[in-house]
Design a protein around this ligand. Structure first.
Ligand code: ATP
Ligand code: MG
Length: 411
């Protein structure tokens, strides 16, 4: 991608009307724009990051044999009356059609997926079943001041699983927990599996919390067992497993896994005929992961005073090629592009006619993990630098392919 063609504009200063690090950096670096409080536009750079996170999450969901679908955002009032959440869900956006019908804008999809599954299943042979979507959610959040961390419109992956017994839900939930941890590992994000109050159906629900200074949740971490408890539930400060003293941290909840028992099945009369011929309620679980919140959390954790430092797997591009030359040698640029294509990676090529200093400043701001610089000063050598490090390495073009292949651990 040529940077001169990219729909993007870096700003000289941080936006004045944003408090959070993620919104400040993402807006200044041209990833997002704010439309109104808690509502953001994803520009091409930002959309690429969202897509890469989405791909990663989708791959893990498919590995659980979950099937992807897409449900509406516009929900009939009746569905929300059936669970009494039309009144009880504080953040529900409600709207009225000119025909008089009332709707909710979906903040979550239990009210839609349970009636749908009821249409499709009847026997124990139809279970277990797992369905997920990656879809826009709406919530009338009161405090929408944390950028992508708390949107009024945001992107979520929501997975729902349906089983014959509560034990099966618990087992599947553990599988989802492991899939989540794999996702966070790829991102290099330190995420704590956190015990939180579970409601009626299981002792705990599980939250996945990223410790950061500006998180809205408070958790207690066991540095020994590498697990945590949400402060709201825990009456002491001692680890249940190893008795170590727990430490206080602010954190961001990026995902959760929840055993719903048979509560929603009762609201929607979702039953199956078991082997013994008896009709029984279906047991279910729900598993949320905030895709856009995760993007914000990554920026909260991975940045310095010059800009964002994207983890490789979700960076908008893997390579940033900067041409700091008055006279461009096209065949040199072509050779580099060919090498990157051979490595099956993407790149942003800054061939704009602006000052070299500005190119370097914007490159740090955008935060692409690997930078290749062509400069008169370097003669025919190419400068390689990782965004996360201050070290530079000079390479001949003939050495570049082998070097990058090893650096990026490409087989
Ligand atoms: P919170 O306590 O932070 O409001 P929640 O308990 O309401 O979160 P869920 O309803 O379980 O969250 O939603 C699943 C996931 O969706 C959360 O783990 C989070 O990552 C994401 N999420 C929830 N609300 C928002 C929001 N307003 N903006 C962005 N992401 C959100
Ligand atoms: Mg909430």
């Amino acid at each position: 991608m040529f940077q001169s063609k990219l729909f993007y504009k870096a700003k000289k200063e941080f936006p004045k009307d944003e408090e959070s690090i993620n919104a400040k950096y993402l807006i200044r670096a041209g990833f997002i724009e704010k439309l109104s409080s808690g509502v953001y536009e994803f520009l091409p750079l930002g959309f690429r990051v969202l897509e890469k996170i989405t791909d990663l999450v989708r791959k893990e969901m498919l590995s659980l044999n979950a099937q992807e679908l897409l449900l509406p955002a516009l929900h009939p009032k009746e569905n929300w009356l059936a669970t009494q959440r039309w009144e009880k869900f504080d953040a529900l956006f409600k709207l009225k059609s000119r025909t008089g019908s009332e709707y909710a804008l979906g903040p979550t999809h239990e009210e839609i997926i349970f009636p749908l599954v009821k249409e499709m299943i009847s026997s124990y042979k139809d279970l277990p079943l797992a369905l997920f979507q990656i879809q826009t959610k709406f919530r009338d959040e009161l405090r929408a001041k944390a950028g992508l961390l708390r949107g009024r419109e945001f992107l979520m992956k929501d997975l729902y699983s349906f089983h014959k017994t509560n034990e099966e839900v618990e087992k599947f939930k553990e599988k989802v927990d492991r899939a989540y941890l794999r996702i966070f590992k790829v991102l290099g994000l330190k995420v704590y599996k956190t015990f939180a109050s579970g409601g009626t159906f299981s002792k705990y629900s599980t939250e996945f919390q990223v410790p950061t200074e500006f998180g809205e949740d408070e958790i207690l971490i066991c540095s020994n067992c590498k697990v945590a408890w949400n402060k709201e539930i825990k009456s002491d400060r001692i680890c249940n497993f190893c008795k170590e003293i727990l430490t206080d941290h602010k954190a961001i909840e990026v995902g959760n896994t929840f055993n719903l028992g048979d509560s929603f099945s009762k609201s929607f009369d979702l039953k199956f005929k078991d082997k013994d011929g008896k009709e029984k309620y279906v047991f279910a679980g729900c598993y949320g992961l905030g895709i856009s919140r995760l993007m914000g959390a990554i920026v909260e954790v991975f940045h310095d005073d010059r800009g964002i430092i994207w983890p490789e797997k979700v960076a908008p591009f893997t390579f940033h090629i900067l041409i700091l030359k008055k006279k461009v040698n096209l065949s040199e640029v072509e050779s580099i592009v060919k090498i990157i294509e051979k490595l099956k990676k993407d790149y942003l090529l800054d061939e704009r006619n602006i000052s070299f200093g500005q190119k370097l400043v914007e490159s740090d701001l955008i935060g692409i993990p690997y930078r290749l610089v062509l400069s008169e000063r370097l003669k025919n050598m190419i400068e390689f630098k990782e965004r996360k490090s201050e070290k530079v390495k000079l390479l001949k073009i003939s050495e570049l392919f082998k070097f990058l292949k090893e650096k990026l651990k490409i087989k």
